[in-house]
Structures are given as C-alpha cells and as structure tokens.
Design a protein around this ligand. Structure first.
Ligand code: CDP
Ligand code: CDP
Length: 204
C-alpha cells in the first residue's frame, strides 16, 4: 500500500533534514525533488535548452550531488522552475515515486498542492529568512563555497520571491498542511514534531 508524506517549504527551512529522518523512522523511500530542478539547471547553465533537459533527465544527472548544491545552480533552478513545460516533464517521475509500495517522502515546493494533493500527510516547513540564510551560509562554507552572509540572504530572498510569485505551482502551504516553524527548533525538535504529525495520520 502506498503512503505519501509531502513536505514543502522555502529554501533551507529544514525540509531535507526532516524528510531523511522521517524516511528512516518509518522505512519510507525519500525523493528530494529540488535535485530534479537543480539537475535541469546544471544542464541549462551548460547551454542546453531547459525544457529539452527536463525531458531527457536521467538518474546520472542526480549522481553528483555536490555539483548540484552550489549557489549558481540553486539560483538557476528557481529560474527554470518557472517554466510550465519543465515542471510538466518532471510530474510523472515524481508521482510514480510517491506511489511506490512501502511509503514515500517527497520534499519540494509543490508536493502537497500539485504533485500529491492526496498525500496522507502534508507538512509545510518554514523558518525566518535570516535563520535560513545563516544555515545555508554555514553549509556552503563547509562545502568550500565561502560567501558574505548578506549575499546569501539576498539569494535566499530572491529565490523565495520567484518561487512564491510564479504562475505555475507556486510555493504555497496546502490548506490541510501541518505547519512547522523551525526558526527556534533544534534539528531533533523539528524531526520530533514531524514524526508526531506522521504518526497521528498513520494511526488515524
Ligand atoms: O531541505 P532544506 O533546504 O529545506 O533544508 P535542509 O537542507 O534540511 O537544512 C538546511 C540546514 O539547516 C542544514 O545544514 C540543517 O542541518 C540545518 N537545520 C538546522 O540547523 N535546524 C533545523 N531545525 C533544521 C535544519
Ligand atoms: O535546498 P533548497 O531548499 O535550497 O532548494 P531545493 O529544494 O533544492 O530547490 C531548488 C529550486 O528548485 C527551488 O528554489 C525551486 O525554484 C525549485 N523547486 C520547485 O520549483 N519545485 C520543487 N518541487 C522543488 C524545487
């Protein structure tokens, strides 16, 4: 039987961290859908047409995660993600993943609203822009991409704005999503809140 957990929210809110922990706790598979858009962006930055890139995407495009986690790729991802044809090319893969037997967690921007509107559990994970930019700044520094905090904050805000204002599948909490604001939560606290929300739905 399939059981889908949809986790949406803005950049660096803690979606991936929570998704991996929920997947491990319940034995579900996990798909970080942001990686799909990042992979299209990487091909686009190399000169390929983004729609053709999205239609031709393979598992190999997702293999080098470090190359997909750069600032340049993140910014380009939010630009190619505005294109309806790019989004459409990625729908079937995401829905098939969500329907797999044994349960699945998908995190992104439009999972609870567009990809899996019937998901068993929907979480909307948020945090203040400053907190999120500080987390991303630290992560990038650890990965060897040093930058000014203010520049990262500006990146995060610009990307959120593009994600929220696009016409197709904007970043938006589903009406039935449980909101988790991680601004003042430790990772353990955020994960515990998510596991509680999933447990309640599973046992309901
Ligand atoms: O997937 P998303 O971009 O929403 O965020 P993430 O990659 O899960 O988290 C971004 C960073 O924030 C990671 O380095 C996490 O360890 C950190 N984090 C945190 O410090 N406190 C939390 N409550 C959640 C995540
Ligand atoms: O890790 P972070 O939260 O910073 O970003 P991500 O989840 O890797 O997503 C990168 C970009 O892809 C986002 O800013 C969105 O523009 C786009 N995206 C999307 O449009 N829909 C999704 N389901 C996932 C990502």
């Amino acid at each position: 039987m399939s059981f889908t957990v949809a986790i949406d929210g803005p950049a660096a809110a803690g979606k991936g961290t929570i998704s991996r922990a929920v997947a491990a706790e319940f034995g579900f598979a996990h798909l970080d859908t942001g990686l799909l858009y990042r992979a299209v962006a990487r091909r686009s930055l190399a000169g390929e047409d983004p729609v053709a890139a999205a239609q031709a995407l393979t598992a190999e495009d997702l293999a080098d995660e470090a190359a997909l986690r750069t600032r340049a790729v993140a910014s380009e991802a939010s630009k190619v993600a505005v294109l309806p044809e790019v989004r459409q090319a990625l729908v079937d893969f995401q829905r098939a993943f969500a329907a797999r037997a044994g349960g699945a967690v998908l995190d992104g921007r439009d999972i609870g609203t567009v990809i899996c509107p019937e998901a068993a559990v929907k979480l909307f994970v948020t945090a203040s822009a400053e907190v999120r930019a500080r987390r991303r700044w630290k992560e990038l520094a650890e990965a060897g991409e040093e930058a000014e905090f203010e520049a990262i904050l500006a990146d995060v805000k610009a990307r959120d704005e593009r994600d929220r204002s696009r016409a197709t599948a904007p970043l938006l909490a589903a009406a039935d999503a449980v909101e988790i604001d991680t601004s003042d939560l430790s990772i353990d606290e955020a994960v515990a809140a998510a596991i509680l929300a999933v447990t309640r739905k599973r046992d309901a």
